[in-house]
Design a binder for this molecule. Structure first.
Ligand SMILES: Cc1cc2nc3c(=O)[nH]c(=O)nc-3n(C[C@H](O)[C@H](O)[C@H](O)COP(=O)(O)OP(=O)(O)OC[C@H]3O[C@@H](n4cnc5c(N)ncnc54)[C@H](O)[C@@H]3O)c2cc1C
Length: 394
């Protein structure tokens, strides 16, 4: 996006890409469909930007999500809007987004050099003057736009090189960690729940008594932990604490019901199922595969008849339904993380141009910057908006 925009303004632009092709990361976005943006206004883009949203104001205003959609549609890549304003290519193929970007580069005369691994940014008298490649070549330039991504999914080429370049140029790089990522939990029983998705539930994450996150939606059990939309969002908002040493997670299986309403519901179910054992009495309340785990966590004899369950037992059941606890031990790693949180400090980047405040002619774009957003197309929009602004400013 930056290359196309700068070339469109008459500059001579060369993209140095260490991979053998462009857009390896884009290829795997949106489960191969590429959720390229979120069709929404600047205010909502800002709302979904978690780290340094105000920094993004100029970039979003300069190139909105609707501009991104127009851009791709103008390159014969029609776009459709799905649930939650998520935008995808009509074809459902992320490769069409890559094709469109390659086509735009060709049209604007951008040169792309593949297999070129940049190892150093060169400066002279506080201005950039070129780059050095792994092969030992020096490539001269009067502007360098650093769009090297973060640290997640290294196989796509994002190996954090931009952080090294920024530090070498004197920039502060804030601590990085995986984000929009699943979590590991201590409880062994989760492996029995692998693949189970819980819908319309509430998740609360706490550090002792302090509430770090509270959200309604859907989560998923994995082999040794939890994932799914709610957990990814929670990893962005509450992840700093978890990254440093864990936290507690509580699932409210019935957020629409108060404790009293839930108790009434249980009385009704257990009256109807009075001759059944407890382990067979939750069919109407819980997903089938969750019931054995739930009953064993209750600490009540699973063979007790539902008709013999006492008021004290019911209290235990209600408490566990409203507050099912899990112990989060860690965030999953960069190899499973959608994005990297942290990056080049926004204090040293001009938000109106994306130019470094320390070295003239250096621009930062996309995930390398200490800016990130929630899922829904917002992270690619950060890349498009900052890329376009840098391309306009260079
Ligand atoms: C599995 C997955 C799914 C995702 N799905 C979505 C989604 O649907 N919607 C969304 O908005 N976001 C999604 N994201 C996030 C989004 O892909 C990234 O935020 C975005 O690609 C960042 O763009 P970027 O240009 O900053 O970096 P990248 O896309 O990571 O590109 C960096 C490029 O720089 C190259 N490079 C790095 N170092 C060097 C070097 N030293 N020399 C030469 N070249 C170098 C790399 O090879 C790479 O091509 C997803 C991420 C993952 C991992």
């Amino acid at each position: 996006m930056a290359a196309v925009t700068a070339a469109g303004r008459g500059h001579s632009v060369t993209v140095l890409e260490k991979n053998e092709k462009t857009g390896k990361k884009i290829y795997i976005t949106g489960k191969g469909r590429c959720n390229l943006t979120n069709a929404t206004d600047t205010e909502n883009l800002i709302k979904n930007t978690i780290r340094n949203p105000k920094f993004m104001y100029s970039a979003y205003s300069n190139f909105s999500s609707f501009d991104a959609i127009d851009f791709f549609e103008g390159l014969e890549c029609p776009v459709k809007i799905e649930r939650g304003n998520r935008a995808f290519p009509v074809s459902d193929h992320s490769s069409d987004i890559i094709k469109a970007l390659n086509k735009a580069m060709k049209e604007k005369g951008v040169r792309v050099r593949y297999g070129v691994n940049v190892t150093e940014i060169l400066t002279e008298d506080g201005r950039v003057c070129g780059v050095v490649t792994e092969a030992g070549d020096t490539i001269k330039a009067d502007a360098v736009m650093i769009a090297t991504g973060g640290l997640s999914y290294k196989s796509t080429g994002s190996t954090g090189d931009g952080f090294t370049f920024a530090k070498a140029l004197g920039h502060k790089v804030t601590d990085t960690r995986p984000s929009l990522v699943g979590m590991s939990v201590k409880e062994d029983f989760v492996k029995e729940l692998e693949g189970l998705s819980l819908k319309n539930i509430n998740v609360t994450i706490k550090d002792g008594k302090k509430k770090l996150y509270d959200g309604f939606g859907e989560m998923l059990f994995t082999r040794n932990g939890v994932s799914g939309p709610l957990i990814l969002t929670a990893s962005s908002i509450a992840g700093d604490k978890i990254f440093k040493g864990g936290a507690s997670l509580f699932i409210d299986m019935k957020p629409a019901l108060s404790k009293e309403e839930l108790d009434e519901r249980i009385v009704k179910d257990f009256t109807a199922f009075h001759a059944k054992e407890l382990k067979n009495a939750f069919d109407k309340l819980l997903p089938k595969s969750f019931i054995p785990v739930f009953v064993s966590c209750l600490g009540i004899d699973a063979d007790k008849k539902a008709g013999n369950v006492s008021k004290a037992d019911r209290e235990k059941i209600v408490t566990l339904l409203k507050n099912f606890p899990l112990t989060i031990t860690a965030l999953k790693g960069y190899d499973e993380a959608v994005i990297t949180k942290g990056g080049v400090s926004v204090k040293e980047i001009n938000p109106h141009t994306m130019e470094s405040k320390l070295v003239k002619g250096v621009y930062f774009i996309g995930e390398v910057i200490d800016v990130d957003a929630l899922t829904g197309g917002f992270n690619l929009q950060i890349a498009w908006s900052t890329g376009h602004l840098a391309g306009m400013s260079v």
